[in-house]
Design a protein around this ligand. Structure first.
Ligand code: HEC
Ligand code: HEC
Ligand code: HEC
Ligand code: HEC
Ligand code: HEC
Length: 227
């Protein structure tokens, strides 16, 4: 039996057809890549910082509480990034009178040079912002943190990051998913900055008890987040 064959006159057209198919694939591939690329959802956004400050070291290995540096997170909408003075608590070789002191950690380190410069000029360190909602969205840290929603729900394991990177989309669907069913995401308030906390039992039941006790019922009304 003779195998099916394209007529010979098609042969010269094959490269053209392959080229056309290629263009179509590249077009749809590109669209798909655009839809899932980090810039569209900001997931994975990880700007380079002026100082190689490591959360994995300070919050992870040294076990410093998030609130030591982000000290407004429980009382304000905005979670303040610490001023130079907070770093100098440990990384300064001089006291307020300018006398040399022995307690400073890595006071000569080149990695800390921008911190010393900022301190000398009395200027802030130009940290690059990682998370940034559009201005038409209202968000409040204290409302979450004081109700038992952990930093890890929205920021991931920051205590394991050398460089902070955005982990959640922070899109409307992300917010609403939890507002509709917050209970599995609630924990005792004193465990909110303990990012590695694991529920001792069924997360949903533990969260339900916390929600009941504290009357927690997140709103899905448009005006909660768009004022
Ligand atoms: C020793 C001080 C210090 C501690 C402790 C600390 N942070 Fe930070 N954090 C910083 C500094 C400085 C920045 C800005 C530079 C950067 O992004 O790394 C920052 C940035 C961040 C950002 C990104 C902010 C933005 O621009 O969007 C998040 C989120 C964050 N920290 C969460 C945490 C969490 C969660 C903890 C506790 C597990 C924690 N931090 C502990 C100093 C600290
Ligand atoms: C409570 C004390 C403490 C505070 C506050 C603190 N650090 Fe540190 N930091 C340390 C310790 C301890 C080390 C060294 C750990 C080691 O080498 O084992 C360190 C190391 C570092 C290093 C690495 C230095 C090198 O040469 O390896 C950098 C960079 C740094 N810190 C930046 C900062 C910045 C920026 C801030 C303020 C946002 C800050 N630290 C606040 C305790 C602190
Ligand atoms: C329910 C989600 C959620 C939780 C929980 C949460 N954050 Fe955030 N965080 C955000 C969002 C959203 C932004 C961006 C806010 C904006 O652009 O206005 C942000 C921004 C930040 C910033 C940058 C400064 C700012 O306020 O814009 C820091 C620092 C930060 N978070 C630290 C923390 C720490 C520390 C915790 C836990 C104690 C925490 N966050 C818990 C969602 C959350
Ligand atoms: C993991 C769960 C969770 C996520 C994710 C979450 N929320 Fe919430 N949100 C809550 C809980 C719990 C409350 C408190 C409800 C209460 O007190 O009854 C709350 C309350 C609020 C409030 C009310 C604050 C006030 O002033 O009373 C606003 C606004 C809000 N969330 C905005 C957001 C936005 C915007 C996002 C997304 C960037 C978000 N939330 C993501 C759980 C979440
Ligand atoms: C829990 C907080 C929350 C609630 C409630 C909420 N939104 Fe949003 N909304 C957001 C966030 C966060 C964004 C920003 C998404 C982004 O960064 O692209 C957003 C974005 C939008 C946008 C811009 C287009 C888009 O999808 O990005 C529109 C329009 C909008 N919201 C309408 C509404 C309406 C209408 C309601 C009530 C049915 C509502 N929102 C309720 C958090 C909320």
């Amino acid at each position: 039996m003779k195998r099916f064959q394209f007529p010979a006159w098609i042969n010269p057209l094959l490269p053209v057809m392959a080229g056309f198919l290629g263009i179509v694939l590249v077009y749809y591939g590109g669209l798909f890549a655009y839809a899932i690329q980090p810039e569209t959802s900001d997931v994975g956004y990880r700007p380079e910082q002026p100082v190689p400050f490591s959360h994995a070291l300070h919050a992870g290995r040294l076990k410093m509480d998030c609130r030591y540096c982000h000290n407004t997170v429980e009382i304000a909408a905005h979670a303040a990034v610490p001023p130079v003075a907070t770093c100098l608590n440990c990384h300064q070789g001089k006291n307020e009178k300018g006398e040399a002191v022995a307690v400073g950690i890595h006071v000569e380190s080149v990695k800390l040079a921008p911190v010393r410069e900022a301190a000398a000029l009395n200027e802030p360190i130009p940290w690059q912002r990682v998370h940034d909602l559009p201005d038409y969205v209202y968000f409040d840290h204290s409302a979450h943190v004081t109700r038992g929603v952990s930093c890890v729900s929205c920021h991931g394991r920051v205590d394991q990051m050398e460089v902070v990177e955005q982990k959640a989309t922070l899109a409307m669907g992300f917010c609403l998913k939890c507002h509709r069913d917050a209970e599995p995401n609630l924990r005792p308030v004193d465990q909110v900055t303990n990012l590695g906390w694991k529920p001792d039992g069924d997360a949903k039941a533990i969260g339900a008890a916390i929600a009941l006790e504290r009357g927690i019922h997140p709103s899905e009304h448009c005006t909660t987040c768009h004022r």
